[in-house]
Design a protein around this ligand. Structure first.
Ligand code: HEM
Length: 178
């Protein structure tokens, strides 16, 4: 299988980046919602560490995905079904915007708490803002709001892919599989 995309199919690089980032974002949403809705407990502090480090790993892969889209553009959307392709196009764009905004807002908010962060014990993650309760509150609130929007976009994206694969049977989902 080709590593690069072709005018009518996705290459292995895009497929791997798509499914790995999708799995990471699913996990991050689940763990993030759990942490935001649970009282902070000393024996669960490592979960915050995992969320932060995995969030930054996802961030790097998402930036790589954006770069790869420019280096090797994806194939055209199958079919030209009016409003549906407009919705699909905007959902894809907003998915990129939200998956980039999530790690940035999380990183800013966490930096503002002043707590040290580590990338899976390998190196320290730099704090990118001064300690500030105001910044912490604003950016955690943004992290929560963008997270809700991201969940909505993922639902639309998955519903669209399933509808096109199983109702319209145009092979959209199969094209992203291996
Ligand atoms: C693609 C990346 C990320 C996704 C999808 C994600 C997702 C989420 C979600 C859905 C929540 C729950 C928000 C709420 O209900 O208020 C959350 C909470 C949280 N996130 Fe992230 N996150 C990401 C990256 C990061 C990064 C990079 C950091 C820090 C370096 C971070 C730090 C946190 C913290 C500390 C919480 C708990 C907030 C609280 O206890 O109120 N996140 N995350």
């Amino acid at each position: 299988m080709l590593w690069r995309n072709s005018p009518d199919s996705f290459g292995l690089t895009s497929k791997l980046l798509h499914w790995v980032t999708a799995a990471l974002v699913f996990g991050l949403i689940g763990l993030g919602l759990y942490l935001a809705n649970t009282k902070v407990r000393l024996d669960q502090l490592h979960l915050y560490g995992w969320h932060k480090a995995t969030g930054l790993l996802a961030f790097s892969l998402i930036l790589l995905r954006v770069a790869w889209r420019i280096i090797s553009p994806p194939p055209e959307v199958i079919g030209t079904a009016g409003w549906q392709s407009v919705v699909a196009h905007w959902v894809h764009r907003l998915l990129f915007v939200c998956t980039i905004a999530m790690p940035i807002t999380g990183w800013v908010a966490s930096s503002a708490t002043g707590f040290e962060m580590s990338f899976f014990g390998l190196f320290s993650i730099p704090l990118i803002t001064p300690v500030s309760e105001r910044l912490e509150d604003v950016f955690f609130a943004l992290h929560g709001i963008i997270g809700r929007l991201l969940i909505l976009l993922i639902i639309l994206h998955v519903a669209g892919a399933l509808q096109r694969q199983f109702v319209k049977r145009d092979g959209t989902l199969k094209r992203m599989w291996f």
